[in-house]
Each structure stands twice: as C-alpha cells, then as structure tokens.
Write a protein that binds this ligand. Structure first.
Ligand SMILES: Nc1nc2c(ncn2[C@@H]2O[C@H](COP(=O)(O)OP(=O)(O)OP(=O)(O)O)[C@@H](O)[C@H]2O)c(=O)[nH]1
Ligand SMILES: [Zn+2]
Length: 355
C-alpha cells in the first residue's frame, strides 16, 4: 500500500524531516470514533490510539485527530500510537452542539466539500441552509460544491437549481440522482485523483447512496426513508474515507442537523459577496446596515435589489460568528491559564522532590 494513494506527497515528506524520531511513520486517519481511530500507513491499515504524551500536550479538543488528518504514529504490536497531528491545510468545523463555546472539528485536509440536499420535497432543500453550509465551508479553506440529489423524485429540478444558483454566486450546482446514476460524472470531474472530498448534509439526503454509486459497489449502509414523514433514519455510525476507483478520496460523514457557525467573519463575506460589495458603498465604514443614514444595504432592500430574507440571513451569520468569537477567546484564555497553572504545580513538585 502506498500512502500516496491517500494524498501523501513530497511536500508532506519534507514537512516531517524535522521529526527525526525514526520509529514514527506517517499515516492518514480514515475514521475516528471516541478516541479510537483507523489509520492507513505504508504498512497497511490498523487501529490507532493517542500516545500518553499527545494527551498530555493537548490544550484544546480541536487538537485531537479527525478523519482526513495526516499524523505521525509508532507501531506497537498490532496497534498504532499517534504522537503528532501534522499541519492541517483545511479544517471543517462548527460550534459544538449545545451550550458549550467549544468548536467541533468535523474533518481536515479537504479539497472539496459537497453540500448535499434532497429534492424529494422534504425539509432538506432550503436556500437559507445552503447559505449556512456555504459559510461553514468557506471558513474551512476547502471549495464548496452544491449537490441537489434525488432529482428522480422531483418534477422540475431546474427550478431548485436556479434557486440554489441565485444564493451561491458562482459555486457549482450539480443535480444528481444516486438511484438513477444522474450527475455522477459531474461529481467525478470535480474531484480528481489524489483530491479529498467530503459529503455533508442532513440525514437521509443520500450521502451514502451517492458514495456507493461513486464507488460502483455497496460499501456503506443506506437507510430506507420512512414513508410517513419523509425523514431519513440515521444510518451512518462512523465517519469513513473511501478510495474511489479513479483515485480520489471521499469522506461520507454522518447526517448533521444543527449547524452553528464559528470561525472567521471573512467566510460570511464570501458567502454574501453580493452584500459585501454593496456594503462598501455605505457612508460609514463600520455601518451595521440597520438604521444608519447612507446605508447602501438598506437602500438596496428598499429598491428591491436585495431580498429581506437574504439580508437577515447575512446579519444572522455575522452575529453568530462574532458572538462565538467572543466566547471562544475567553475560553481559550482560560484553557491557557489552566495549562500554565498545571505546569507550574508540576515544576513545584519536581523541585520539592529533587531539592
Ligand atoms: N429515489 C431516490 N432515493 C435515493 C436517492 N439517494 C438516496 N436515496 C434513498 O434515500 C434513503 C437515504 O439515503 P442514504 O444514502 O442512507 O442517506 P444519508 O444522507 O447517507 O443519510 P445518513 O447516513 O443518515 O446521514 C435511502 O433509502 C436511499 O436509497 C436518489 O437519488 N433517489
Ligand atoms: Zn450599511
């Protein structure tokens, strides 16, 4: 097995030269679940856990390996012990669900994220959800692609395609049917050999079905959508990366319901580049676009050039990220303080013991 098949390359080889511990081998995380990982290395695939020193060094939960991460590990009998996570070229994250201020890392080192929606008439397709996922992906550093699946269950997919295009401003929109093999070639063209893609979307939109169709065989379980309420059952239990027949890598992630934004404000300006452009003409450079005089954004809404819904969505993204940034900053400061306190205590114990 060559790790190059899993996205390893010469640049990564140079990156690890500085780590001269010869018992460490590079690998890529292909699944992770509660501290147990599956890693792929030159020596094959195996179970992996974190080293004691890794656990000791961790300050924030965002440092733990996730699917897509490149790591250095040492082999101990039939287990790999992960000692280091290598530099992440892109990072898909959201605010962790619940009241916590923590971020939850979904995957690392992605080139593309496919935002999958279902055109089966349920709650899956919604332009506001497209905007929300776009902000998430723009923040990650990967490129977004929109996939409107289950086209076979839809009278007129083109209507939805236009709606999606109207809010996605140049991001490709692919209409697909995993059931009928529609749109698969377009997905294949986007994600070339050696690149890593990830499917994200609500449960039941067909992420696993699309993965299976692209793999050209049944590898992940697909669930039957209950007829009564058109809601898919949750079927994917672990995140997994697959090597597609033409050499691309694909991660099928579990269905997500709640997406609270985190990260950088610039991702909002990327999703809403139309509004950002208008806002450049506001009289005040720090205009909040609410009721300031000379607000170009409000003028656009009055003139009917910008929809109220899209404007509100923009404001909501901004507010959410700013709030999360304030909470995140104070949380990180607290973690740093605790870490230094612990180190200080240890040093005191050490000097006490050793005189
Ligand atoms: N008619 C039709 N059914 C589809 C299509 N894609 C998926 N399905 C069906 O929709 C149901 C849910 O598909 P999955 O692939 O399990 O959905 P998922 O997004 O992976 O769901 P989670 O794993 O729960 O996140 C299954 O019964 C699939 O057979 C499609 O293009 N057309
Ligand atoms: Zn303004």
């Amino acid at each position: 097995m060559s790790l190059n098949l899993y996205g390893w390359n010469d640049i990564r080889n140079k990156e690890i030269l500085e780590f001269d511990e010869s018992d460490l081998v590079p690998g890529r995380i292909i699944s992770s679940s509660r501290g147990i990982f599956t890693i792929i290395t030159e020596a094959g695939e195996g179970r992996a856990e974190l080293s004691g020193s890794f656990m000791y060094r961790v300050v924030s939960n965002t440092e733990y390996p996730v699917v897509g991460d490149f790591v250095l590990a040492r082999k101990e009998s039939n287990l790999f012990i992960i000692d280091k996570v290598l530099d992440r070229r892109s990072l898909l994250k959201r605010k962790a669900p619940g009241v916590t201020a923590e971020e939850q890392i979904l995957a690392a080192n992605l080139d593309f994220v496919f935002l999958v929606f279902g055109l089966d008439g349920g709650r899956s397709f919604n332009v506001r959800s497209i905007e929300r996922l776009l902000t998430l992906v723009w923040d990650s550093g990967a490129s977004p692609i929109i996939v409107l699946n289950k086209a076979d269950l839809c009278e007129d997919p083109d209507i939805y395609k236009s709606e999606a295009e109207a809010v996605s401003l140049g991001v490709p929109v692919i209409v697909s049917s995993a059931a009928h093999g529609l749109g698969l070639d377009e997905i294949r063209t986007v994600i070339e050999k050696g690149k890593t893609g990830l499917f994200i979307g609500r449960s039941g939109v067909g992420k696993s079905a699309l993965t299976n169709a692209l793999m050209e065989k049944e590898i992940t379980e697909t669930g039957d959508v209950r007829g009564d309420d058109r809601k898919g059952r949750h079927t994917t239990t672990s995140r997994d990366m697959f090597l597609l027949p033409w050499g691309a890598l694909l991660i099928d992630s579990p269905g997500i319901r709640e997406i609270q934004l985190t990260g950088d404000i610039s991702s909002v300006d990327e999703t809403f580049s139309d509004i950002a452009e208008i806002a450049a003409n506001c009289r005040f450079h720090d205009c909040s676009h609410e009721n300031e005089p000379g607000c170009a954004v409000q003028e656009s809404i009055q003139a009917g050039d910008l929809s109220e819904g899209r404007y509100r969505s923009y404001q909501k993204h901004l507010k959410e990220i700013k709030y999360q940034q304030r909470r995140g900053d104070s949380r990180l400061e607290k973690l740093e303080r605790e870490k230094w306190k612990a180190i200080g205590k240890e040093y005191k114990n050490f000097t006490k013991k050793n005189g």
